[in-house]
Unconditional design. Sequence first.
Lengths: 343, 677
Amino acid sequence: MSPVFAVILAALVLSVPALLYVTWPLARRRADRMAAPDEERLALDAERVAALRALRELLADREAGHLADATFDLELERHEARAAAVLRRLDALGASPRAPVGGAATGIPAPGEGGPTATAPWTRRPATLGVFALGILVFGVALGVLVTRFAAPTTDGGRATDGEPVVSGGPPSLGDPGRVGGASGTARPLTPEMLRGMLQAARASLEAGRYQEAIAAYKAILKRDPVNVDAITHLGLILAMAGHAEGALEAFDRALAIDGDYLEALWYKASVLADAKRDDKAAIAVWERFSRVAAPGPEREQALLRIREARARLAAGGVAPPAAPSGAGDRRVGTPGAGAPSP
Amino acid sequence: MTPGVPELGAASLVVGLAVALVGTVAGAGISRTGAARWLYVAQRAALVQLLLVSLAVAVLEDLLITGDFSVRYVAMTSISTSPLRYKIAGLWGSLEGSILLWEWLQALFVYLVARRALALRRELSGYALAVLFVVSGVFLLMMTAVASPFARLPAPISEGRGLNPLLEVTDMLVHPLLLYTGYVGFVVPFAFAMAALLAGRLDAAWLTVTRRWTVTAWLFLSAGIVYGGWWSYRTLGWGGYWAWDPVENASFMPWLMGTAFVHSVMVQERRPLLKIWNLTLVTLTFALTIFGTFLTRSGVIASVHAFAGGAIGPFLLAYLAVILLTSLGLLVWRWDRLGERAELDAVLSRESVFLVNNVLLVAFCVTVFIGTIFPLLSEAVTGVKVSVGTPYFDWVSAPIVLVTLCLMGIGPLVPWRHGSWTVLGRLLGGSALAALVAGLATWGLGRAAAVDHLSLGLVATGYVVPYFVVAVVLGEFWRATRGRSRVGGIGPGRAFLGLLRQNHRRYGGLIVHLGVVLAAIGIATSSAGKIEREATLERGATLDLGRYRLTFTGLSATEERTHLLVRAGIDVTDRGRPAGRLEPGQRIYPGSPSPFASVALRYGLGHDLYLILGAFDREGRWVTIRAQVHPMIAWIWLGGAVVILGGLIALGPRLRPADFAAAAVAPAVITGGSDAS
């Protein structure tokens, strides 16, 4: 039996008792109009509750000292009159449940409420409306300015998978930062504080695995600061993590062309060369440069260790083994935030 | 492949759809004919629909727990090694299952409304039930036609993929349920609003009927959002709780609109004002929940919250269009009956304050909406996808939030209809002075303690304004308690409890304001005063961060059921005194290319110490640690809890006839019998 046929069969079996049970009341012939006065009573009940709430609010305002005595007296009179009207109508319903009650079923207007007032209220004055319109216009313009200011191109070609964060399906190309900044005409120079903040935000996104956000943030930085080595390097890192080794190396080279001693670019380039390209010879050269530039400390020790490992592999004539799961947190390119030396 | 349990689940959804159609007809029948038999049919349809959808839920849970990997959904979200709780959570861990949960909640709400239908006005309850069955039917149709949770794979596989590791935390059992209940809850006020339009009964009755539903939905949504922030903070390992992610925004937008609605409802309940506004607000709130569903499930955005797309995207978009066009059509149709019968009496009145508050909240929602959809629009129009950065949201939200906070302080002091500038000035003066003094004290103490981030600007915006609201709220409680205590001759404790009992809406609302202010202080302080350092530490090396010294003592690894957990031991000293040990770690899943953070946290009301393990040496010789101190971040969660408490008080018990008599007598007591005559 095919699954489709099984669904149809099961649906038939379920539907017969279900629909019979649901529609059974229709088969009964009893006269069953709902009682009209109940509608009336329900409406008045709602009015009664509203009147009670209004009274309570009034008393609370009085207790808290919000109301002048004269205002309280005036309001109290109004609310009491409204409450009395509701109660009278409810009493009338109670005496004769089926007796028709005149007037609208709902909305007993409070005394003094209802008809238009003689003079136009402030809400209808052209000047007030003009001020509101101007306010909305200013708000709209401000929004437009802000949204264009903080919008940055992204190369999001990816789509979400089931419940998983997504790294772009296509490589997040670096583009030509200089050209992007020049062509758009909207990029403004950043203050060092803003730049630092943007870099921190981008780094936070990257380390949290929100790659699209990180790419967008780094792109936004490059738009305003096309020679920002940190942004170029980390875009390279994202490319490397997405498996685009060539693009990543291009990015690291671009960063190193700007700052030949930039430690993070050196580290990541060496890692990509060794781990992805299996080019231990080139990786050793980069690590050697890293160890010359880096201050004494664990980073340099780590670089020297990687050089020794690579040399051993070269001597053995083999290739590097794939990374074991426990090394996922090791200083390898595939780990966001990992292996980023503190220059 | 032998058909079996999955086909039973699919069939129950098909029959559920048929029952929803019958329910729709019955709902319309109640309003059109007033015949009781239609009411019984609708009630039975609601019950049967709930049972059928419950059967589908039970079937899917059974498949997830037993691991039937011939079903596509099970293969995508479950794995045999996963603990039972995460197998259960798989129900809402991916697209089709989450829609099933959504529909189950809808079916539950339809049933609850149908049960009470006899106590409601016939015209309203009938059409409302019809709308509810239509909404329910749309989701059943979606699962039957384009997103079946019971679809089979062409060939069964031996093992499933399991949940996204980020979701394998206990919070997964709480946050989505809170959020979904909040989202779905807004369907009830929406249905009654549409019913009011269909029936032409445009007085405040539909608002009175749905007030508790609205507040309940709002409370669940608030709780879901705050809980989500807390989860993100503790789990994702980036030290933040809100990133203006499109899906976060998708939950925030209905919350903003719902908050505006909760306030504007109070105006129409008292006076025939804001009818169109309220109908529009509730429609937009509901539409935004569907928009959020579209954003999350259409595949148009990439996010940790997002599911894959497919045919469901166009389906949801069409549904959204139908909602908006139908609502607009009904509004136009009933335009002549929607004319306001009253005007604002004075510029200074609570109605005016609520109106301004509404405009601000809607403006906030619009700004978030624009920032959220701008990338989509840009891609659709120019082909280039852009992203709108966090600074945009921060820049636009800060002034709106500040003004809204000020209104939260002013609003409760202004009476309905018309207030007195003199009285307001007197009441505001005390609170403003208290806030100013408290603000200056905060600044002075901060300077004395060398708290770098405590600038005068931060104190003025992040402290003085919230202090002002706190002063107003406490002043309100104090004045009312004192008044009640004097008049009634009772103790302050009894008087205070009496306040909460007698006027739970007002004072519950004030407590909600207090919670919002606590959260605002937490947000301002934790954003401005966060300090962070990152360092690579060899064993025995230390890292100084503010008053803390962190010492790396060694690395350990444990084999968990689904992953390997690597932890760094960090001994903490606080101002030279031992303060325990923290173990930040990384969770490494076999099938995942990158590890997931396991954050180590030391909570405190003053600040949190937050440690993240970055890189580590396999031999345990060194680790890279990112350490952060988040000042007063706990106040955000505390504020959230106070908001929930206030909301629960505001929900309070229903009014009884006896209360009416008591309130009618009370003015004479309060005024000593003279003014009430």
